[in-house]
Structures are given as C-alpha cells and as structure tokens.
Design a protein. Structure first.
Ligand code: TRP
Length: 469
C-alpha cells in the first residue's frame, strides 16, 4: 500500500497545502472576534504561548505518525494498536462536525463577494441589519452553502496531488498579499494605533479559565490539529522530507496570517470607533462598514477583495477536512474516491443545512441549551480537538517506541532534529497535562457544561466500541 500511495508533487506544494489547511476561517473569521471578545492582548499572548509550546509539537507529532504509517488518520492509529483506532475515528467525527458549520460560514464569504459590489456599502447604517437578515433567512444562505460545498467536492474529487496541491499553490499567496494590502491601508487611518495597542498590549484583568480553553481551542482549530488532518497530510509526505522544519514553517505561516488578520481588522475598527467584541458577525459586519468609509469606488473593491481572500482561505481548509473524512472510507473501507466524496459531502450538507437554519427558523430548537451551529462549533473547538490532541500525545509518548519516533523524525538518523528530547518531553508530559488542566477549568466554568460533558461521553463510548470500528 505504501508504495502505491500518491505523493506531494513538491516540498513547496506540501507546505502550501498544509498551510492552506491551517489558514482558514479560523484565522480570519474566528481569531479576530475571539481575540476581541477575550480582551485583546492577553488572549493573544496566551494563544501564542500555546501555539509555540503545544501546537508546534503536536503538529510535528501528527506529521511523524502519518508518515511513519503511510496511512490517513484512522488507519494510522489502528496501525499503532487496535484499541487506538477510535482516536482516528474521533478525528473523522470531528471532520464531519466541523464541516457541519464551516460550509455555512464559507457560503457567507462567497455571498459577501457579490454583496460587496452590489450596493451593500452604499448604506453603512444598514450593514449590521443586512447581515442579520441574511444569516437568519431560510433559503439564500443555503444556496451559498451549496456553492461552497460543491467547490470542495470538485477539488477533493480530483485527488491529492492534482486537486488540493494546485488549489493551495495558487490561492495561498493571493490571500497573503490581500491581507497585507488591507492592513497597510488601515495603518494610515487616524487613531489606528489604538487598535495595534489593543492587539499587542495585554490586559490580564480580562483573563478567566474560559480564556485559556478558548485560546487552546483556537490554537488547535487554527492549526488544523487534534483530528488527524495533519496525520493524513503527513502520510502523503516523502521519506526524505524534514518533518520538523515543515511543522515550523506551517505553524509560523498560520500564526502570521492570524496576527495579520487582527492587524487588518483592529486598527481600522478603532479608527472608526467600533466595538472589538462584536461576536461571530464581526468580519461580515465590520469589514464592509470599515470599507464603506473608503468611498464608492475603492470601498466595494477592497471589500470584495477581502471576501475573496476569506473564501480562498476557507476553501483550502475545508478541502482538507473533506479529505480527512473521505480518505477514511477510501483507505479503511475500500471505497472509490468519487463515491466516498459524494457520500461524505451528503452528510456534511445535511448538517450544514441544520446549522444554517438554526440561526433562523430553527432557533428555538436547542440541544442541551445550544443551537445546532453552536453545538458543532463548541464540541469540536472546545472539546474534541484539544482532547484529540491529548490522546495523540498519549499514543506518541506512552504507546509508541521513542526510538521509532526518533528514527522517523530524523529521517532514519540522516537529518537529526536537535530539539528531539525537548519535543519528546513536551509530548509525553507537558502537552497532555496542560491540555487536561485547561480543559478541566474551561469546561467546569462554561455555561454549556452539560453539552460538553455529553460530548465527552460520546468520546468515551467511541473508545469502548473502538474494536468494532
Ligand atoms: N484550521 C482551519 C481554519 O483555521 C480549520 C480546521 C480545523 C481544519 N481543523 C481542521 C482544517 C482540520 C483542516 C483540517 O480555518
């Protein structure tokens, strides 16, 4: 099987695709409003700490496991031991759950490309109302969600090297440039420095147990960790590729884009006297509002460019989520790629419809106090990804042999990784303990504690029945 596996066309192609998976709505939609809601600088500091200490190490661990086994998530864990299969299956479940709301927001981004250039910015006072009206409607957002999902199916259906890599190669650099242009423009505005201060000067009075779990969840979500995506990507890597430097590059790129998105957002917001804690609608309300101050010619162009970037970022991420789920049925159940992609997308489409409707006509329907959209977001971001990461650390640090990991990460000793011992210590002790502590305090202080505990119960059940998977 290993010999026949498709491989990445080039190293840069892999980095762009893996960075494309990491950089997404998490960086541009979620990061700014989560940072805003958690008080700015202090949240950023905790987030960066988790990214460097835990994020990088877990990413390297996922690459190593994937390449060592040459198998996608579930198969890779199964190869370590049958009782660990459920960790991979949990990842597949996470992929389904994330893809139960991701295409909805991806669809909004596509819609806002068109809205930007068709009069949205002409009436700045209406922009907030337009967003609320749009996302709570029953039909229009579903059409855009469908457009977004179909784009995914086409890219993933074409296969690894052909589809994902080509998309990443062209779309990622475009995203980077657009964000720099927007941030650069924002800096020239009066009072912009206040936004920079908000982002970089920590105010620890705003920090709670929830802040730490939010930062940890954001790190896992943004880096595409804790669910086997990077295991799957690693499984397509050539044996001579240096894993540690790839993990470092992807982690750095992802973090740069998140900070860049913050820099594109906060200075302009402060300049126009807007609230940083605006919530999930932030990007869709604030960005057009900000750009409406740019005048009738420039404004729509800037706004459309921004939402093209957001769509691009979302697409290169969602294709890898789809890939995690699709490759499970291809590798583990012997399904044809096309069949698998169609089957998996159909489930994601149903969940996405429910998510989208939960913001409107179905808003009364709650599962343990939360609507469908929030349930899917909460379970993955706050529970499954970080606990999935802890389980991965457990397997790497306590089940697999240290020498095997050392051989894999150093390419059989030909390219030694100087920090191996340090990395191993983090994986074996620091990361799993830190994750469990943060999760404990975050969950016990959360208003949706019941839902989170139910989510953990599902995880435990998966573990118990793992031998049948
Ligand atoms: N990292 C992606 C983003 O920031 C979202 C994501 C989470 C993801 N887990 C993933 C993407 C797994 C691909 C694979 O938007």
């Amino acid at each position: 099987m290993a010999q026949n596996r498709e491989q990445w066309g080039s190293r840069i192609g892999f980095i762009l695709a893996a960075a494309g998976s990491a950089v997404g709505l998490g960086n541009i939609w979620k990061f700014p409003y989560t940072t805003g809601a958690n008080g700015g600088g202090a949240f950023l500091l905790i987030y960066l700490f988790f990214v460097v200490l835990i994020g990088f190490s877990v990413m390297l661990g996922e690459f190593a496991l994937g390449r060592k086994t040459s198998l996608a998530a579930a198969g890779a864990f199964k190869a370590v031991g049958k009782s660990y299969t459920f960790i991979g299956v949990l990842g597949v479940l996470s992929a389904f759950l994330i893809m139960g709301f991701y295409p909805v927001v991806g669809g909004w981004a596509v819609a806002y490309i068109f809205k930007s250039v068709s009069g949205l910015l002409a009436a700045p006072d209406m922009i907030g109302g337009v967003f609320d009206g749009f996302v709570t409607a029953s039909v229009e957002p579903l059409i855009w969600t469908a457009v977004f999902l179909i784009m995914n199916m086409v890219i993933v259906g074409k296969g690894v090297a052909g589809g994902i890599e080509t998309a990443g190669k062209f779309l990622m650099p475009i995203l980077f440039i657009i964000l720099i242009v927007i941030a650069g423009y924002g800096f020239t505005l009066p009072n912009a420095i206040e936004g920079v201060k908000f982002l970089f000067i920590p105010d620890f009075s705003k920090v709670t147990g929830g802040t730490f779990l939010a930062a940890l969840g954001q790190a896992f979500f943004s880096l595409s960790l804790g669910m086997g995506a990077m295991v799957t990507y690693g499984s397509y890597l050539g044996k001579d590729t240096k894993l540690a430097s790839n993990a470092a590059i992807v982690t750095t790129l992802d973090t740069l884009v998140a900070v860049l998105a913050g820099l594109a957002m906060f200075p302009a917001m402060f300049s126009f006297g807007m609230e940083p804690a605006a919530g999930p609608g932030l990007v869709f309300v604030v960005v057009p509002q900000v750009f409406s101050h740019f005048g009738p010619a420039l404004g729509p162009v800037f706004s459309a460019l921004f939402f093209i970037a957001l769509t691009v970022a979302a697409l290169t991420s969602s294709v890898s989520l789809l890939e995690v789920a699709a490759s499970y049925f291809i590798d583990e159940k012997g399904m044809k790629r096309t069949t698998s992609v169609i089957l998996v997308s159909a489930v994601m489409a149903v969940l996405s419809v429910l998510s989208s409707l939960s913001l409107g006509v179905m808003s009364e329907f709650k599962i343990l106090g939360a609507g469908v959209f929030d349930v899917l977001d909460l379970l993955t971001d706050k529970i499954y990804l970080s606990l999935g990461g802890a389980l991965l650390c457990f397997v790497l640090g306590w089940v697999m042999k240290k020498e095997d990991l050392k051989a894999e990460i150093s390419n059989q000793g030909t390219m030694p990784f100087a920090l191996f011992e340090f990395w191993y210590f983090i994986i074996k002790f620091i990361a799993p303990i830190a994750i469990l502590i943060v999760a404990y305090f975050g969950i016990t202080s959360a208003p949706q504690m019941g839902l989170m505990i139910a989510g953990i119960a599902i995880m435990v059940l998966l573990g118990i029945f793992s031998r049948k998977l």
